[in-house]
Design a protein around this ligand. Structure first.
Ligand code: NAP
Length: 310
């Protein structure tokens, strides 16, 4: 499998398996994280040849960016890394609001640059729409930042189809990030086809459906983080998901691979998906996910896998 791709129409060359760093410093998202494991995760990613790291302000309210900045600057080689970050979340009296205004996003990029200890961000996404600022205006703000060299590529995340088209009215959008995995297929309706048609790179988030596609859960598993409110982990839906994952597990066994590898390798067979950014809580999980690059899926296998979850 070719391990490097150019992200859409950008100049950014990424290894096809990146690292989603919401569990690096993301204390507000997951219980019982510690900074040292976060640092270890970043070191493990770099040691494993990962050159594409995905972070955001909201992952630890800047802590994820700080830890990544610390390790990348300690290691050197910033120019070989593709660092993606996101903004839109604003703290107001302890609450979080969304803001896509030019003034706010420009300020956020400056703060991200400091936390990441860098003078440019390779890819900057507006993290969520604020449902107030027109999307074409948000794209214009990111274009301005790109022209100034503060960001190298323009991204958007969590837009619906109409917002996606509005954001891309002037053709500025280069990378789109949205939820997509074997379990969560909504993007196939219009988001993915639009990205494919427009040459926009599509980065799927929750590629392992928050761990469900690793095959490690049973009907008795319990959750104490964001998964406890996720319908995919509840009741009948959860049981049905486990049954489907069992079928994937059987194929993985035949191929002497892990269930997670097949779920990730399948994503890499989809159009518009240049790279993926699986997350990890522990270095061994990250290392394991990198082994996906050893897996080759035939067209028939990819179709079979797709069919299990349709
Ligand atoms: P994910 O990649 O679907 O699942 C990652 C989780 O699965 C890990 O934290 C770990 O959790 C478990 N896991 C991973 N590899 C494993 C392995 N080999 N064996 C067993 N368990 C394993 O979900 P995600 O990390 O939340 O999403 C990926 C990235 O997408 C994020 O890190 C973030 O960068 C990005 N993201 C973006 C948005 C957005 O709004 N744009 C939203 C969500 C995420 P446990 O050990 O706790 O089970």
């Amino acid at each position: 499998m070719d391990q490097t791709r150019t992200l859409g129409k950008t100049d950014l060359q990424v290894k096809r398996i990146g690292f989603g760093a919401n569990a690096v410093g993301g204390h507000n998202l997951f219980p019982n994280l510690n900074d040292e494991t976060g640092r270890d995760l970043v070191r493990t990613a770099l040691d494993g040849g990962v050159n594409f790291i995905d972070t955001a302000f909201i992952y630890g309210l800047g802590r994820s960016e700080e830890l990544i900045g610390e390790i990348v600057s300690e290691r050197g080689g910033r120019d070989k890394m593709v660092i993606a970050s996101k903004g839109a979340h604003k703290e107001v009296n302890g609450d979080i609001e969304l803001d896509n205004s030019r003034e706010f996003l420009r300020g956020e990029v400056e703060k991200s640059l400091k936390r990441l200890k860098t003078d440019y961000i390779d890819l900057y996404y507006v993290h969520f729409p604020d449902d107030k600022t027109p999307m074409a205006e948000v794209a214009g703000t990111l274009k301005e930042l790109k022209d100034e060299g503060k960001i190298k590529a323009i991204g958007a995340s969590n837009l619906d189809f109409k917002q996606l088209q509005e954001f891309n009215a002037d053709g500025y959008l280069e990378v789109f990030q949205s939820e997509y995995s074997l379990i969560h297929r909504d993007a196939e309706k219009d988001l993915l086809p639009y990205c494919e048609e427009q040459g926009i790179s599509f980065i799927p988030y929750f590629p392992l459906a928050s761990g469900l596609l690793t095959g490690k859960f049973t009907k008795d598993s319990t959750f104490d983080d964001i998964r406890k409110d996720n319908p995919q982990f509840q009741g009948e839906t959860f049981i049905k998901n486990l049954e489907k994952v069992d079928k994937l597990k059987a194929l993985a066994k035949d191929k002497q691979a892990k269930t997670a590898h097949l779920a990730l390798a399948w994503l890499l067979t989809r159009p518009a998906i240049d790279a993926i950014i699986p997350g990890a809580k522990r270095p061994d999980q990250l290392k394991n996910n990198l082994r996906t690059l050893d897996i080759q899926l035939t067209d028939d296998e990819a179709e079979y896998i797709s069919g299990i979850f349709k």
